[in-house]
Design a protein around this ligand. Structure first.
Ligand SMILES: Cc1cc2nc3c(=O)[nH]c(=O)nc-3n(C[C@H](O)[C@H](O)[C@H](O)COP(=O)(O)O)c2cc1C
Length: 359
């Protein structure tokens, strides 16, 4: 029996296998008007194909808790009921395929208001549906990026409330799992790291102060997210900086705090906060960070980053390095990766009735 195709239960949710899809922005929603941030036919087809392909859990892309929280004007949002209705179509279909629907709740902070990546991804202003980004400190992400406005304590509390409202709406939209986006240099990550957080109030300076905003978001979401449903947190385990950055040691310490605040699984990525960081990218390069969190804290983890082969994924689970693997770009290439891997490894996987002749 393949470890990759064993079920996995967190709280009252059972996920049919360990092949999961990480959040991947499609930058394809309307930027303004009544349909702003609303998933459309593209999103439905995109997520439906990976569900029909046997993916055990799909984390819907970074979804803005507010219009200003989007990475680009074309991101999905979950700040109104029109968006909730449209998400229902996607969650309904995923559930019909036995795939557990999850959603990543996000605020992009100083990296907000950028163009679609295939058009260069540069910061955009009001003339191209953009806005003024916000951050813990008035420090630009990189040359060519705007200097963000420093958030006041009252504004920080407002955003905490937006995460809670977004979680309520995610529940109404039929999601079984919510993931808080604390990675890749977006708002929560910006607070965590001393590289981007230069505040001198209760939200900056010490480890306790830098983690305060993240834990307030976790508490606010956990309060509205039902006890029988899991809550994930995505982290950048390191800024990949020699000094003055967030480190793997910080991640291990923080994982224990997250667990105490009701997080059920850490989705372990890296990088994205320091534009100049050098990242040694290669097959499975982020797996050791996930494995260390699991070994040292016991918190369940998902591993991500250049996991592309069935045997490679199987070993990560069988060796106990992670509880699940997330395949990003490989699932863009091959929507039925899970079904193909199940055939290779001898695992059990969902096959739609309509495709029974392909087995
Ligand atoms: C098109 C695209 C969009 C992405 N969007 C998000 C996102 O919305 N949220 C997030 O946390 N990571 C995002 N990522 C990162 C992926 O979730 C994943 O961590 C990364 O691609 C590494 O995994 P891979 O090597 O299997 O692709 C995105 C990646 C790609 C390729």
């Amino acid at each position: 029996m393949s470890a990759l195709f064993e079920t996995y239960t967190l709280r009252d949710v059972t996920i049919p296998n360990r092949v999961w899809m990480p959040p991947m922005c499609q930058y394809s929603a309307a930027p303004e008007g009544p349909d702003a941030g609303v998933p459309d036919d593209w999103h439905f087809a995109h997520y439906a194909a990976r569900a029909a392909g046997g993916t055990g859990l799909i984390i819907v892309e970074a979804t803005g808790v507010s219009p200003e929280g989007r990475i680009s004007p074309y991101d999905l949002g979950i700040w109104n009921d029109t968006q909730v209705e449209a998400f229902r179509r996607i969650t309904r279909f995923l559930v019909s395929q036995g795939t557990v629907p999850a959603i990543q709740l996000a605020h992009a902070g100083r990296k907000a208001s950028t163009d679609q990546p295939w058009r260069g991804g540069a910061p955009v202003g009001a003339e191209a549906h953009g806005w003024q980004p916000v951050a813990p400190s008035a420090v630009a992400f990189a040359d060519g990026h705007p200097v963000p406005s420093e958030l006041t304590a009252a504004e920080i509390q407002e955003i905490v409330g937006q995460f809670a409202d977004a979680a309520r709406r995610a529940l109404a939209a039929g999601f079984e799992i919510a993931e808080i986006h604390g990675a890749h240099g977006y708002l929560i990550n910006e607070f965590l790291s001393p590289y981007s957080n230069h505040r001198t109030d209760e939200y900056g300076g010490s480890y306790e102060n830098r983690t305060r905003f993240a834990l307030q978001v976790v508490d606010a979401v956990r309060e509205v997210w039902p006890d029988d449903k899991p809550l994930f947190f995505r982290i950048s385990a390191t800024d990949w900086l020699e000094e003055d950055g967030w480190t793997a040691d910080d991640t291990v310490r923080f994982a224990a705090d997250l667990r105490a605040h009701g997080i059920d699984l850490l989705d372990v990525s890296t990088g994205g906060n320091a534009a100049g960081a050098r990242i040694p990218v290669g097959p499975g390069y982020q797996v050791p960070f996930a494995a260390r969190v699991k070994a040292e804290t016991g918190l369940p983890v998902a591993a991500v980053g250049l996991i592309t082969e069935a045997e490679q994924a199987e070993k990560i689970i069988a060796n106990g390095e992670a509880d699940a693997v997330l395949l990003g770009r490989e699932l863009l290439r091959r929507p039925s990766w899970a079904r193909d891997a199940a055939r290779e490894l001898g695992g059990d996987v969902h096959v739609p009735d309509q495709y029974h002749r392909s087995v």
